[in-house]
Design a protein around this ligand. Structure first.
Ligand SMILES: [Zn+2]
Length: 478
């Protein structure tokens, strides 16, 4: 359920309120950017267009902070609540009078979010048109400028700070001081304020999502909702997993726990929430089934601030199971090398039981499985004599495929990189890990295997390039 709030922030000539350094409530724009519609008419007495000064103010915030204003040269009526950010000179604020000492007002509209404070969805600026404005640098009233004329550009800078999400700064030197003064450019305090407000994701450790099962826990030391979203008082713990999809994919995420009252949330890369399971009705578990388009996503495992029912706590261990069905091999992230060298190599892989119509990670023991991977070789390694490494990880054991196509236990050949034999590396290497593999024919009714492929060159034999997010195979009983 979404709710909207409106809020008025004014820049006054004299009046001040007591606040701490770079004040904000935590409300911010998702994605640290917004489009601003600007088409102001008229020219200041010093000959600079109002529009130019407003755009310069926008660019100052964009250039000096991690927030970006995207300029759209088009007029949008600030009075219309339409999801567009507009600016204009007005006689009143949509029918409400300006305060006597008010120069300009920024009005923000908010939307409640699943986690953290409400986000800003629209922010319009109204300049009081009875104010004698001009455009100039330096002290607020200068020689040669008619006494009482107010610099429009620093007023725009201040109001745009409110648009971004800053409140007034009482003590330090800042454009966000509540009364206009000699400060005509952004100060360190303003810049730090924006960087702090928009740095929540960097406060939390972000894990790479692995398909299959992962055992984890929410416990002391984990990131909190407050650390992620800032400005709220939600101390519940949070694990954050990121994943990327290269095509439309069906996904199922489930949390099983005997002790943790789990909440699952799915968000895009701007932390705009797409889906959530906050149900507490039956047990401690939670589940999300969804089809997602290509893109970058976050899966968040969270809980409640206060315990909801006796059987489930706000800390504890859980198992996260992530399953997918796609129409192609999926991209495999976390590309690296044994010595941590950068590479432009790309990896994809998948398992199919129907000849490539669909790929997934959950199969039954009687399925006939084709397991494949594709490596787009780094151009610097193409045409070189190299080798392919195929690893199968079962529990703590790592098996490597030898040149006979057999998986052998790597711990029996310590220090040796067992590979599938030498070849001249092409642009793309198509790798068959298994063909028509029927787990039950090998006596396997249930197993979890993570496959990883890599390649190296004989000119640098100790360096293997590979992906960290594995190709997961989960065989479940029929
Ligand atoms: Zn203000």
């Amino acid at each position: 359920m979404l709710k909207y709030l409106r809020f008025c922030i004014c820049l006054s000539l004299f009046w001040a309120v007591q606040l701490n350094a770079f004040e904000f409530t935590g409300s911010k724009w998702l994605g640290a950017q917004t489009d601003y519609y600007v088409d102001l008419e008229g020219i200041s007495p010093t000959g600079i267009a109002w529009n130019t000064a407003f755009i310069d103010a926008m660019e100052e915030w964009t250039n000096e902070t991690i927030f970006d204003f995207n300029l759209i040269t088009e007029f949008k009526d600030p009075c219309e609540s339409n999801g567009f950010n507009g600016v204009n000179f007005t006689t009143d604020i949509c029918g409400q009078e300006f305060g006597e000492n008010t120069l300009a007002v920024a009005i923000r509209t908010f939307r409640f979010e699943q986690l953290g404070p409400p986000s800003i969805r629209e922010a319009d600026i109204y300049f009081k048109d009875s104010v004698v404005y001009d455009i100039y640098d330096g002290n607020i009233v200068q020689f040669g400028i008619p006494t009482g004329s107010i610099d429009f550009q620093r007023t725009a800078l201040h109001e745009l700070g409110h648009v971004i999400g800053l409140d007034h700064e009482q003590f330090d030197s800042a454009i966000m001081r509540p009364e206009i003064g000699n400060i005509d450019r952004l100060q360190e305090d303003d810049i730090e304020g924006v960087d702090t407000l928009y740095s929540g994701l960097s406060n939390c450790a972000i894990k790479e999502l692995r398909f299959g099962a992962v055992n984890e826990s929410l416990s002391s030391g984990d990131c909190t909702v407050d650390e992620l979203t800032l400005g709220d008082s939600d101390a519940s713990f949070l694990d954050i997993y990121q994943f990327s999809l290269t095509e439309t994919t069906e996904l199922e995420f489930s949390i099983a726990s005997n002790e943790l009252e789990s909440v699952l949330l799915l968000a895009d890369q701007e932390l705009d929430y797409i889906d959530a399971d906050t149900n507490t009705a039956n047990d401690c578990n939670s589940n999300i089934e969804i089809e997602l388009d290509e893109g970058e996503y976050f899966l968040l495992v969270n809980t409640f601030t206060d315990q909801v029912k006796p059987a489930c706590n706000t800390t504890g261990s859980y198992q996260l199971i992530a399953n997918y069905i796609s129409t192609n091999e999926v991209s495999l992230s976390g590309v690296t090398s044994l010595t941590g060298n950068d590479t432009t190599a790309l990896f994809s892989g998948g398992i199919t039981a129907n000849g490539g119509i669909s790929y997934g990670n959950i199969f039954t023991a009687n399925d006939s499985l084709d397991i494949t991977a594709t490596i787009s070789i780094d151009p610097v390694h193409q045409s070189k004599i190299g080798y392919i490494v195929i690893a199968a990880v079962v529990g703590q054991e790592i098996y490597l495929m030898n040149s006979l196509g057999q998986f052998v236990l790597s711990s029996e050949s310590p220090g040796e990189i067992i590979n599938t034999g030498s070849r001249i590396l092409g642009t793309t290497e198509n790798i068959v890990i298994a063909e028509d593999l029927i787990p039950s024919s090998l006596g396997i009714e249930e197993i979890v295997v993570d496959f990883v492929v890599g390649y190296g060159t004989f000119s640098n034999p100790s360096e293997v390039y590979f992906h960290q997010s594995p190709i997961n195979l989960t065989v479940v009983p029929e």
